[in-house]
Structure formats: C-alpha cells, structure tokens
Ligand binder design. Structure first.
Ligand code: DQA
Length: 169
C-alpha cells in the first residue's frame, strides 16, 4: 500500500505540537509500517509539499498498489485535482488526519477528498496511522486485520486519558 503525506507534514514534531503532537512524521510512518508488517502488507511512504507531486504519486500507485492512505494536509480542503486523481485509483482509499478537522476552524470542516475515499480516520493523533492500515486490511479482507490493531503503539490508548465514572461501561 502507499501512504501519502501532504504539505507541512514534514514539520510534524515542531509544527503546532499542541494540535499535532511532538512525534515526527517518521514516527507515524514507523507505526504504519509495523501494522502493515503484522498484516502482511508493505507500506511505501511519500511526502511532498507540492500538489502536483502528490497527484503523480497517486497515478504511480495505479495498477501497482492495493490501497492508498492519504493525509493530504490542507489540500484535503481545497484540492479537487487530488480528488480526481483518487477517483482514478482503483483500490481502497483511506483519508487520514491526526486532528479532528470537524472540531476545528470552519474551513477545515469540508474534505473535498472524502467522496473519493472509502472512509476517513481522524482525531486519534498518531494512533490513526495504525488504525488506517488496519482499516485497509479489513477492507482487503485480511484475516490478521480482524483481531484489531496491534497493542504496541507509541501513543497511549485513548481510554487511559478519558476519565470514566465508576461503574460506567
Ligand atoms: C491535518 C488537518 C489539516 O486541516 C491540516 O491542514 C493539516 C494536518 C491533520 O492531519 O490533522 O496540515 O491533515
């Protein structure tokens, strides 16, 4: 599968860490590669700050990759050209965001890519990379994907940080 990272994601770890966390893109890619290995899928990663270069990578993935995971950064909200390239890709497409764009500024509420994808994972920080690969595995019908995401993750499980009243499910 091919994992695509769009503009400014090369600055992860330094860029608005209160929103995107302190981990670097390489850490997230390592999570995706590890989950892919568990499922028997190779993960090939490309990052670019250029719309056209990302579109070229989608074209290159055609007839060669079973799936695309795309965190297109701000291009998710603007790029109909990237949308059209994704429509021309035959395999599984998962849109991915570290943050939850729907809970942020209004201009982030619309993804123009969404209608060209099978689904979106957002708001789970770095854990989303592992979840996205697992989602691809499930959509491809891989048995190992049915057991859920691997326990090993650099991101603590969300349940650890969510206070739950005694006795609540
Ligand atoms: C992002 C969300 C986008 O709105 C933003 O422009 C990004 C990162 C995310 O991963 O949360 O660059 O795609």
């Amino acid at each position: 599968m091919v994992l695509l990272s769009g503009p400014n994601l090369d600055l992860l770890g330094e860029r608005e860490p209160e929103i995107y966390g302190y981990q670097h893109l390489a850490d997230h890619v390592a999570e995706a590669v590890d989950e892919g290995r568990r499922l028997g899928l190779t993960v090939e990663h490309h990052q670019s700050n250029h719309e056209g270069a990302l579109i070229e990578e989608v074209h290159r993935a055609r007839k060669r990759a079973t799936a695309l995971i795309v965190n297109a950064g701000a291009l998710s909200h603007t790029s109909w050209a990237l949308h059209d390239a994704l429509v021309a890709f035959d395999g599984v497409v998962v849109e991915l965001h570290l943050s939850n764009p729907a809970a942020r500024e209004p201009y982030r509420h619309t993804s123009v890519l969404a209608s060209a994808t099978d689904g979106m994972i957002c708001g789970f920080g770095g854990l989303g990379y592992r979840i996205a690969v697992n989602a691809v595995g499930r959509l491809l019908g891989l048995a190992a994907a049915q057991t859920g995401v691997a326990a090993k993750s650099v991101v603590p499980p969300a349940a650890d940080s969510v206070p739950r009243p005694e006795g609540w499910a």
